[in-house]
Design a protein around this ligand. Structure first.
Ligand SMILES: [Zn+2]
Ligand SMILES: [Zn+2]
Length: 371
């Protein structure tokens, strides 16, 4: 009987405690009932558990916030890739038409035989280099890691492909797969720039920059003449017949053909000069990266690592930097002196050294379980 009374007393005390906890507001500034605060704390923990980890920093927060923007850019780039390629083809073709239809007859009429030979030889070499490297850069696969089980070493596992990632391999959100020695995804090629087509991409940039510089320099006088002619033509338009003008000599009468030639030359000069500056800067930047032995993606990684180790008083060394000249030889596939002519200055379809999976000086993590 005593036990039953004790049990009833305990149950009553527990119920009273529950009621007090639910009904009594907490002392202090927070006046919400405990059960609301408990639910709120639980929901907050739940939301935090979706994204929080010990590595969360400002970069992760930035990436998470701008994820929809990145996704949209990836989506647009993927679907407009073909359009960009056509844009390159149309713009280059338009310059070619102007060169062959307008400039070449002028060169043949007015230049010396040496001048004609120079323009014909250089212009056509440059054209072949542009077309060859653009075609190869767009159609050559950048190189993908093997999808079947193999013994090649890897450094991590791609979270999206759920596949092992060899050293220097990165996932491309636009191609939606891992790329060997990935540099970047180029919308103008509608292709990733990676181990197998990086040289074609760089050679195309160099060739197109040289072509634009060549057009800008050779067409400078023609551009100034055309610009002045268009300006004088505008004055002719605004002067009404019969109204006396201040001009000492009347402006020359331009035919429709002359106007089209002038406008074409202005279009060519403005386009080639703009591309020469913009693409020239990009090409120089890529040349600097190649000299350092790093890709565009590795530049960010190496920069972070350099800062991290500098705080500890240590110096970071890029494991893929084999020395300036060796980096270039490796990148261009130059194995003997004659290759500078046959593989660099002339179109060449040789494959880069190595398989893109293993790298000599890279410290492979052997403790990971191969998949
Ligand atoms: Zn991947
Ligand atoms: Zn890609």
């Amino acid at each position: 009987m005593q036990n039953i009374v004790c049990l009833q007393l305990l149950i009553s005390l527990h119920l009273l405690r529950c009621v007090r906890l639910r009904s009594c507001p907490r002392r202090g500034r927070n006046t919400l009932p405990l059960w609301i605060r408990e639910i709120w704390a639980y929901m907050r923990l739940l939301v935090q558990s979706f994204y929080f980890n010990s590595l969360t920093d400002s970069d992760v927060v930035f990436d998470s916030v701008f994820e929809p923007v990145f996704w949209t850019v990836d989506y647009v780039t993927r679907w407009f890739g073909t359009l960009f390629v056509w844009l390159v083809v149309i713009l280059v073709s338009s310059i070619l038409v102007i060169c062959y239809v307008i400039l070449l007859p002028m060169v043949l009429k007015t230049y010396s035989p040496e001048g004609i030979a120079w323009h014909l030889c250089y212009g056509h070499w440059n054209l072949v280099m542009i077309v060859f490297h653009y075609y190869k850069a767009t159609t050559t696969s950048p190189g993908y890691p093997p999808t079947e089980k193999n013994d090649s070493p890897f450094v991590s596992v791609c979270k999206r492909c759920i596949m092992p990632k060899p050293a220097r391999t990165h996932h491309c959100g636009i191609c939606n797969r891992c790329i060997l020695r990935m540099d970047h995804h180029c919308p103008w090629l509608n292709n990733c720039v990676g181990h197998l087509n990086h040289r074609y991409f760089f050679s195309f940039c160099v060739a197109l920059t040289l072509g634009c510089v060549y057009c800008s320099i050779s067409g400078r006088d023609l551009f100034l003449d055309a610009y002045n002619a268009i300006e004088s033509f505008k004055h002719l338009d605004v002067v009404k017949p019969g109204v006396p003008t201040n001009y000492q000599t009347p402006a020359p009468p331009y035919t429709f053909k002359d106007k089209m030639i002038h406008k074409s030359i202005i279009y060519m000069w403005v386009l080639t000069s703009t591309v020469a500056v913009a693409l020239g800067a990009l090409t120089i930047w890529h040349a600097v990266l190649i000299t350092r032995g790093e890709t565009s993606i590795e530049r960010h990684i190496n920069s972070k690592e350099r800062k991290r180790l500098a705080k500890r008083g240590r110096v970071y060394r890029n494991p893929f930097d084999y020395g300036r000249l060796n980096n270039w030889k490796y990148f261009l596939g130059v194995e003997k002196k004659s290759h500078w002519l046959t593989r660099v200055l002339l179109p060449s379809g040789h494959t880069p050294p190595g398989d893109g999976l293993t790298w000599d000086a890279f410290p492979v993590k052997k403790d990971l379980i191969p998949v």
